[in-house]
Design a protein around this ligand. Structure first.
Ligand SMILES: NC(=O)c1ccc[n+]([C@@H]2O[C@H](COP(=O)([O-])OP(=O)(O)OC[C@H]3O[C@@H](n4cnc5c(N)ncnc54)[C@H](O)[C@@H]3O)[C@@H](O)[C@H]2O)c1
Length: 234
């Protein structure tokens, strides 16, 4: 049984990832700003903007469940605003949650994984990193960074048998879509672009995370897997 730590665990995709990793037989620590009460997980209310809080969550996870062998960096914020109007504080907030926390969590995880003789890190990016997206520049930049960080860490941590991969979701019907003014028009927009003519389910995203985190992917590292119903084909 491996200890898995998932960030942004109270969100739609995070919940599905926690449920799937628990079903896979892992002990799961679920971190989120929302207190959360995911059944079968160690729920840790954690503000990922705070480096000390991240450190404390890793320490508590190790103390209660054992060293972390799987990390899923999934939390994100995505305030929508025209580029020229984005205040610096908002840019800093987006980068603190979507990028700096990924970095810090990976540092803590890699330390604990070294004790175990290996592990798996999965970073969550976004389809928006490929084609860009108006009014989301800071978010899109952090998602490109998640994929690039994946490759850099995969290169550096491979000799420690720590695999680092990335999952890039397309458009899943979650609360994140509330940023779009007309939900029906957005749904049409998505289906016109996807090859598969239906919306993805969070479980379908979680299944790919599970694969990358597990033994079946033991020779896979440094990769980004697109899970988008055939929208962007990389
Ligand atoms: N939903 C989609 O269609 C979609 C598309 C592309 C990429 N993604 C990516 O998938 C991941 C999950 O997305 P989602 O749709 O479940 O989003 P969501 O907004 O439902 O969940 C994100 C979670 O992160 C948490 N969070 C935000 N700031 C935090 C902080 N400071 N400290 C701790 N937790 C914090 C939120 O409380 C929330 O529970 C994100 O990385 C997102 O970029 C989602």
């Amino acid at each position: 049984m491996t200890t898995a730590l998932v960030t942004g665990a109270a969100g739609a995709l995070g919940r599905a990832i926690v449920r799937r990793l628990a079903a896979d037989g892992h002990q799961v620590a679920a971190l989120d700003l929302d207190a959360g009460s995911l059944e079968g997980a160690l729920n840790l209310k954690t503000d990922l903007r705070d480096p000390a809080a991240i450190e404390a969550a890793f320490a508590e996870t190790a103390a209660r469940l054992g060293p972390v062998g799987i990390l899923v960096n999934n939390a994100a914020v995505y305030p929508a605003r025209p580029f020229l109007e984005v205040p610096l504080a908002e840019y800093d907030h987006v980068h603190a949650v979507n990028q700096r926390a990924y970095w810090l969590a990976a540092q803590h995880a890699a330390g604990q994984m070294s004790e175990l003789g290996g592990g798996a890190i999965v970073n969550i990016a976004s389809i928006t990193m490929h084609g860009g997206w108006s009014d989301l520049a800071a978010y899109v930049a952090t998602k490109g960074a998640a994929a690039a960080l994946t490759r850099a860490l995969a290169r550096e941590l491979g000799p420690k048998e720590i695999r680092v991969n990335c999952v890039s979701p397309g458009a899943f019907p979650t609360a994140a879509e509330e940023i779009h003014a007309d939900p029906e028009a957005y749904e049409r927009f998505v289906l016109e672009r996807q090859s598969l003519q239906r919306r993805g389910k969070p479980e379908e995203l979680a299944a790919v995370v599970s694969f990358l985190a597990g033994r079946d992917a033991s020779f896979v590292t440094g990769q980004t897997i697109e899970v988008n119903g055939g929208w962007v084909m990389a």
